[in-house]
Design a protein around this ligand. Structure first.
Ligand code: PLP
Length: 382
C-alpha cells in the first residue's frame, strides 16, 4: 500500500517543476550572487527573478521589500527582534495561538524590558481583539498575529488588525507561513509592516523563506554578515533554494484559486465521514474561516499520539501538536488556546491535505478511522 501523506502543514513534497528549475543552480550555475563576473551575474539575475515571484505571491509593491532568509523561523525571529530594536521597550501583543518561532523570539524580549500580552481565542476559533481596540496610539511596540494557524487552520482577520495597528502607529507583523499560497493573502491589503513566509510549505525546498519588510520600515539585520540582501540579511545566498522558492511561489499563485476548493471539498468529505462514524468527535475551528487543507479533530477519550501511531502502521501519516514539538506529550498550546481541556488537546490529531491528496486516499482514511479511534480509546457508536 503506498503511503498516504496527510501532514502537509509540517512540510510538502517538492514540486517536480520546482526541482527542475533548481537543478542548474545546483550543478553548473554555481556563481556567488555577489560576484561581479559573469557567473555571479547569472546567479544574481536568478535571485532577482525569484524575488519578483515571491513579491507577486505576497502582493508586495516592490520586489525589494522581500528579504530572503533561511525559512519561517528566521523570518519570525528577525521580525520580532527587529521590531524590538526600533521600538522602545513596551508591550508586545501576540495571538495566543502563534507559532513557537514567534513566541520564543518574543519571550526572549521579556528580559529586555518588554511585556508580552496574549490576544485570546474563543472556543470557536475567533480571536478577541478587545485589547488591541483599546490600545492608545503608540502604546505598544508591536503586534504579531499569524495570518493562518498551522494547527487548526484558523484564518485570522489580519486586514482588520493591520488597520487597527496602522491607526495607532504600532508595527504589525504577520506570520503568513501557512496562509501564503493557500488563501488570498496580500500584504498591502492586510496593511502588514512585516510578514514571514517559507518555501517548504508550498511545495518548495526546505531551508529558504522570506521576510516582507514594508518600504519605509528600517530594521537592523538579525545576521549582518557581509551585507547581502542590501544589508538586511548577511550570508551568501542559497541561489538554488531561492530559485525553487520563486518557482513554488509562481505555481502557488497560479494554482491557488482552482486547487483550493478541490482540497477543501476533500477535507470537508473527511470531516463529514468522521462526524458520521465517530460520535463526539470535535472539529476545531469548524465555524470560522479556515485553510482549505487543514482539519484538527479531537477524538473523545482517545490519545492523539496513539491514533497517530496506529495510522502510521497503516501507512497514513498525520500529526499531533506542531511538528516541531512532536516527541513530547505536552498538549498543543495552540489547541489549548482555543479553550480545549488538556484531554481534548491530547486527543487531537491534525490532518493536512495538499493538491496531491486524492479522493481514494480520503476514502481509505475515513474508512479506517472509526476502528483506529476505538482501539485508541474512543467510545464507539451508542
Ligand atoms: N510559522 C508557522 C505558522 C509554521 O507553520 C512554521 C512551520 O511549521 C513556521 C513558522 C516555521 O517555518 P520554517 O519551518 O520554515 O522555519
Amino acid at each position: 500500500m503506498p503511503e498516504i501523506y496527510l501532514d502537509n502543514n509540517a512540510t510538502t513534497r517538492i514540486d517536480p517543476e520546482v526541482l527542475e528549475e533548481m537543478l542548474p543552480y545546483l550543478r553548473d550555475a554555481f556563481g556567488n550572487a555577489s560576484s561581479v563576473h559573469a557567473a555571479g551575474r547569472r546567479s544574481r539575475r536568478a535571485v532577482e527573478e525569484a524575488r519578483e515571484q515571491v513579491a507577486e505571491l505576497l502582493g508586495a509593491s516592490e520586489p525589494d521589500e522581500i528579504v530572503f532568509t533561511s525559512g519561517g523561523t528566521e523570518s519570525d525571529t528577525a521580525a520580532v527582534e527587529g521590531a524590538a530594536a526600533v521600538r522602545a521597550p513596551g508591550r508586545i501583543l501576540l495571538c495566543a495561538a502563534e507559532h513557537p518561532a514567534v513566541v520564543r523570539a518574543a519571550e526572549r524580549l521579556e528580559g529586555r524590558g518588554f511585556t508580552l500580552e496574549r490576544l485570546p481565542l474563543c472556543r470557536s476559533g475567533e480571536i478577541d481583539l478587545g485589547a488591541l481596540e483599546e490600545l492608545r496610539a503608540g502604546s505598544a511596540a508591536c503586534v504579531c498575529v499569524m495570518a493562518a494557524n498551522n494547527e487548526f487552520g484558523g484564518v485570522f482577520p489580519v486586514a482588520r488588525i493591520g488597520a487597527l495597528c496602522r491607526a495607532r502607529g504600532i508595527l504589525f507583523h504577520t506570520d503568513a507561513v501557512q496562509a501564503a499560497g493557500k488563501v488570498p493573502f496580500d500584504v498591502v491589503r492586510v496593511g502588514a509592516d512585516l510578514a514571514s513566509v517559507s518555501a517548504h510549505k508550498i511545495h518548495g525546498p526546505k531551508g529558504v523563506g522570506a521576510l516582507y519588510v514594508r518600504k519605509g520600515v528600517d530594521l537592523p539585520p538579525l545576521l549582518p554578515g557581509g551585507g547581502q540582501e542590501r544589508g538586511r540579511r548577511g550570508g551568501t545566498e542559497n541561489v538554488a533554494a531561492i530559485v525553487g522558492f520563486g518557482a513554488a511561489s509562481r505555481l502557488a499563485r497560479q494554482r491557488r484559486d482552482s486547487e483550493g476548493p478541490l482540497i477543501a471539498a476533500r477535507r470537508n468529505r473527511l470531516e463529514e465521514r468522521i462526524r458520521q462514524g465517530i460520535p463526539g468527535a470535535l472539529i476545531w475551528g469548524e465555524g470560522v474561516e479556515r485553510l482549505p487543507n487543514t482539519s484538527a479533530v479531537s477524538f473523545p477519550g482517545a490519545s492523539g499520539q496513539s491514533i497517530l501511531i496506529r495510522l502510521d502502521l497503516e501507512g497514513i501519516l498525520v500529526s499531533v501538536g506542531s511538528a516541531c514539538s512532536s516527541g513530547t506529550l505536552a498538549p498543543s498550546p495552540a489547541i489549548l488556546a482555543l479553550g480545549a481541556s488538556p484531554e481534548e488537546a491530547l486527543g487531537t490529531v491534525r490532518f493536512s491535505l495538499s493538491r496531491e491528496t486524492t479522493d481514494a486516499e480520503i476514502e481509505r482514511v475515513a474508512a479506517l478511522l472509526p476502528d483506529v479511534a476505538r482501539q485508541a480509546g474512543c467510545p464507539g457508536p451508542a
